[in-house]
Design a protein around this ligand. Structure first.
Ligand code: HEC
Ligand code: HEC
Length: 235
């Protein structure tokens, strides 16, 4: 085989997920997949979809337009769909969660995204689908382990450690009291209202913003940060 062909074969294999990739590549891929799961069109700089996604149920008239194209809107920040935080409220859809894909088949996740229900074929690149599938199969957080779903309070977080992480990593952008930038809700309030979203953002970052992703660190770091956020002023 010519060198060029070997090269192309290697790229092909890695895109298909057959070639083993390093932990460093995996963590970056998962975090980028998490960002795409959050708001793929912002991550890849595509135009905001204007229509309502065809799989969005007519029974939910509270949301329409681009929000209905985000994976998280149908499957949840907790990836539990109808069995999780979106069992009720403005994102209630009755759509199933993706928890059973944790540790599961990447090929099935990629096939689902390209099926007629989803219709993402041609809207994202092979790399985007690969990162999304890595997130869904390898990057899911078992939210029930770190958040009490009834009280929404963090479980097993060390707020002192969290304050040290927050003050050194986050405060430069979000302020010591979590009230910056002004356009977004205070982190104290958000961490009580939607701790699942906050965990997802800490782990994977914020689409189209230079916010770091803590994906490569132990989940305990994110848990500790959440504990500190829940101690911050809510408004
Ligand atoms: C507008 C709502 C909607 C959005 C947005 C959406 N999905 Fe789905 N998804 C569904 C529905 C409905 C099903 C169930 C389809 C079925 O059971 O046939 C589903 C099922 C799945 C499945 C499981 C398929 C199976 O074999 O069980 C996967 C994996 C999946 N979605 C991934 C994603 C990913 C990743 C994204 C974002 C890129 C996404 N979905 C965005 C509605 C949505
Ligand atoms: C380089 C600056 C920067 C750093 C560092 C940073 N962020 Fe962010 N973060 C942002 C920006 C910008 C946004 C989007 C703000 C907006 O939507 O107006 C954001 C959004 C968020 C959101 C989502 C808020 C929402 O309503 O969508 C959360 C949660 C968050 N950050 C938490 C954190 C935590 C916790 C840390 C530390 C681990 C951190 N951020 C570090 C810049 C940063």
């Amino acid at each position: 085989m010519k060198t060029k062909n070997i090269f192309i074969t290697l790229i092909g294999l890695s895109v298909m997920g057959l070639a083993p990739i390093s932990q460093a590549e995996m963590d970056s891929s998962i975090a980028r997949g998490g960002l795409l799961y959050d708001k793929w069109f912002a991550v890849i700089g595509a135009a905001k979809p204007k229509d309502t996604h065809p799989a969005w149920p007519a029974s939910n008239t509270k949301k329409k337009g681009n929000a209905t194209h985000r994976c998280k809107s149908c499957h949840g920040w907790d990836l539990k769909g109808k069995d999780g935080a979106y069992a009720s409220g403005s994102y209630k859809t009755g759509i199933k969660g993706l928890r059973n894909f944790a540790g599961g088949s990447k090929a099935k996740v990629i096939a689902a995204m390209k099926d007629s229900t989803h219709g993402y074929s041609g809207k994202m690149s092979a790399k985007d689908f690969d990162d999304l599938a890595n997130f869904v199969t390898q990057g899911q957080v078992d939210m029930d382990k770190i958040i009490d779903s009834k009280s929404k309070l963090v479980k097993g977080g060390n707020a002192d450690r969290g304050a040290a992480y927050y003050n050194t990593v986050c405060a430069g952008c979000h302020g010591a009291d979590g009230k910056l930038p002004k356009e977004m809700p205070a982190l104290g309030g958000l961490s009580h209202k939607n701790p699942w979203e906050v965990v997802h953002k800490i782990q994977n970052g914020q689409p189209d913003e230079p916010m770091p992703a803590m994906q490569a660190f132990d989940l305990q770091v994110t848990t500790d940060i959440l504990a500190h956020l829940q101690d911050l002023p809510r408004k």
